[in-house]
Ligand binder design. Structure first.
Ligand SMILES: Nc1ncnc2c1ncn2[C@@H]1O[C@H](COP(=O)(O)OP(=O)(O)OP(=O)(O)O)[C@@H](O)[C@H]1O
Ligand SMILES: [Mg+2]
Length: 312
């Protein structure tokens, strides 16, 4: 078997720390071992996300599949449990998993993702997936509220430095406390953006299916925010209808209406997640010992715009 090559853009993540570097060093050997053990034939080429290597493979029975090997972080620890539980309804089918090696053998989907679809239609698709994905809580999963609690504690600590209006930070902290006190009602995907929804087939029909969950037990209303922040540049692109604010609100109302969600609860989660996201950019810059770079500044601006627009 030819050696597994880690794509350069994924290998660059070693700048993020010693744990990343150690994992990236092990990755070719790890992938080789799983290919061998599961009798998979790589088709050549490799794909990746922020924190995983994905290899197109053929199984021993000749079926096309995708082998995903992920960074062993806490948030992806239970990815296989949710995929297993969804059983191909609303998400890619899981064919096999080895949680110890963070290896997942997935049904191969098309590489076409939702980013190629008009943004409002993409919101309709994603909101349509919620019903399949938001099944009853699973006892093995962590509570989304426990993550939110950790993240808001860090935000509270940095409240004075974070480049977000102070009033908005205080609002997000208060809302997070209220929302976090509610019991979890469903399994949530927690990272449902356009790039994590791929084209596949069910019963001979083309359908959209989710990949890449960071599953927890939580509140379904948590899910919306990435769909508002993602593809932000399209709000002001030539041909966009109305202002950035109008564009954000159009996506928000599409998601809420199609999902049949409670508007104010959905809005509250968007505010909380937007401010937390802005804070993470601040933390990244602090960790690197520098001011926000251009991409981080744009990211923070987008987060603030989203949090404002849904409240107008
Ligand atoms: N089942 C699949 N079929 C086809 N392609 C896939 C499949 N799963 C993943 N991919 C491809 O690999 C890429 C990375 O996968 P995935 O999103 O699961 O990884 P990730 O590193 O967790 O991503 P992120 O950057 O969103 O954190 C996807 O964007 C897609 O192009
Ligand atoms: Mg992804």
């Amino acid at each position: 078997m030819p050696p597994v090559v880690v794509p350069a853009a994924l290998d660059e993540q070693r700048r993020l720390g010693a744990d990343w570097a150690a994992w990236l060093d092990r990755l070719p050997g790890l992938a080789h071992g799983v290919l061998d053990d599961w009798a998979l034939t790589p088709e050549g080429g490799s794909w990746h996300g922020f924190c995983s290597l994905v290899l197109p493979v053929t199984t021993a029975t000749g079926a096309p599949a995708a082998l995903k090997i992920g960074l062993p972080d806490q948030e992806s620890e239970h990815e296989h449990l949710a995929l297993q539980h969804w059983h191909g309804r609303g998400a890619a089918r899981l064919l096999r998993a080895d949680p110890g090696r963070r290896a997942l053998l997935l049904e191969r989907l098309d590489r076409t993702d939702l980013a190629e679809v008009w943004d409002v239609e993409a919101c309709e698709v994603v909101a349509g997936l919620y019903a399949d994905l938001h099944v009853a809580p699973l006892p093995q999963l962590r509570q989304q509220a426990s993550y939110v609690e950790q993240w808001t504690a860090a935000l509270r600590r940095d409240a004075r430095e974070v480049p977000v209006p102070r009033r908005m930070v205080e609002q997000a902290l208060a809302l997070a406390e209220d929302l976090g006190a509610e019991p979890a009602t469903a399994v949530i995907h927690a990272d449902l953006h356009d790039g994590n929804v791929l084209r596949g087939r069910r019963d001979g029909e083309d359908v959209w299916l989710a990949i890449d969950p960071k599953p927890t037990n939580g509140d379904p209303h948590y899910e919306l925010e990435p769909m508002l922040r993602n593809r932000f540049e399209e709000y002001a692109a030539p041909g966009a209808v109305g202002s950035v604010r109008d564009g954000i609100r159009r996506r928000f109302h599409t998601l809420v209406d199609v999902a049949g969600f409670d508007e104010s609860r959905a809005r509250d989660w968007v505010v909380v997640r937007s401010v937390l996201n802005a804070h993470w950019a601040h933390e990244d810059a602090v960790r690197a010992g520098r001011a926000l770079d251009t991409a981080e500044r744009d990211h923070v601006t987008a987060c603030i715009s989203v949090a404002k627009a849904v409240q107008d």
